[in-house]
Design a protein around this ligand. Structure first.
Ligand code: ADP
Ligand code: ADP
Length: 225
């Protein structure tokens, strides 16, 4: 599903690379945590997977496609098969909850009758059915992240990338988000989560990839596989 072969990424010509000769294979249906100290290259990795950045060297294959070969005009279409959530939610502040989720479907020209059916389904799934008319600034952080997650999942992406999804949340809301990520994974989505939340990583017993200075220093299953 996701393959990195000898991938390096340098910003500019000076200094050490943010990603150094990285090799990684994430299979369809996996749930993977990426951990490591600040500056170890985790966000750069996420940006490479979204083709927001191109590697300086090496190849990235996603869904059997070498993403280096994707033409610029086809990048938006490529990104739509990947759901993404961020630490800072990134909702549209001038749209309500319903519209935030419907928007993700409108851009791929989903028919209105399907949008009208699927948005409430997604909102029920994340426990926010009754908040469909609220605007982001009327919601708690945990609620905003659940909206962001509903939006990321509404088009049924094969891959979900989450960059510090619980970084702004208290423990209770963090666990709720992790449960929803796990449910998405159980429905078949490949899930990659960058996090600093050691308690959650230790408790969830998943594959954990540890990065340091642009390299993978450990990659192990914590669940007794
Ligand atoms: P992490 O997400 O693990 O904190 P990053 O991928 O953000 O790590 O950063 C990895 C390295 O790349 C760091 O040394 C950081 O300073 C550098 N870096 C990140 N973004 C840029 C940028 N836009 N320009 C130059 N250097 C960058
Ligand atoms: P938390 O304690 O979880 O951070 P908040 O105190 O931010 O939650 O909000 C508690 C509840 O009140 C949430 O369900 C939120 O949607 C609702 N709420 C907060 N601010 C507003 C507002 N300005 N208008 C309407 N509802 C609000």
């Amino acid at each position: 599903m996701i393959i990195l072969e000898n991938v390096s990424k340098s910003y500019g010509n000076t200094g050490v690379p943010a990603i150094k000769n990285m090799n990684l294979h994430i299979k369809r249906g996996e749930f993977v945590f990426i951990v490591g100290p600040s500056g170890s290259g985790k966000s750069t990795l996420i940006k490479l997977l979204l083709k927001e950045l191109d590697p300086t060297e090496g190849n990235i294959t996603i869904n059997n496609l070498n993403i280096r070969r994707i033409k610029k005009r086809h990048v938006p279409k490529f990104r739509r098969q990947i759901g993404v959530v961020f630490q800072d939610f990134r909702l549209l502040e001038d749209r309500n909850v319903y519209e935030n989720i419907a928007f993700a479907q409108k851009v791929i020209e989903t028919p209105n009758r399907i949008i009208k059916r699927q948005v409430p389904t997604m909102l029920s799934m994340v426990g926010l059915a009754e908040k469909y008319k609220s605007f982001p600034n009327q919601l708690s952080g945990g609620e905003q992240q659940r909206v962001a997650l509903a939006r990321a999942l509404v088009n049924n992406p094969k891959i979900l990338l989450a960059d510090e999804p619980t970084g702004n949340l208290d423990p209770k809301n963090s666990w709720e988000i992790m449960k929803l990520l796990e449910e998405a994974n159980q429905r078949g989505t490949t899930v990659v989560v960058v996090t600093h939340n050691k308690e959650i990583v230790d408790a969830m017993k998943k594959r954990v990839i540890t990065m340091k200075k642009g390299e993978i220093i450990s990659d192990e299953y914590q669940g007794g596989y």
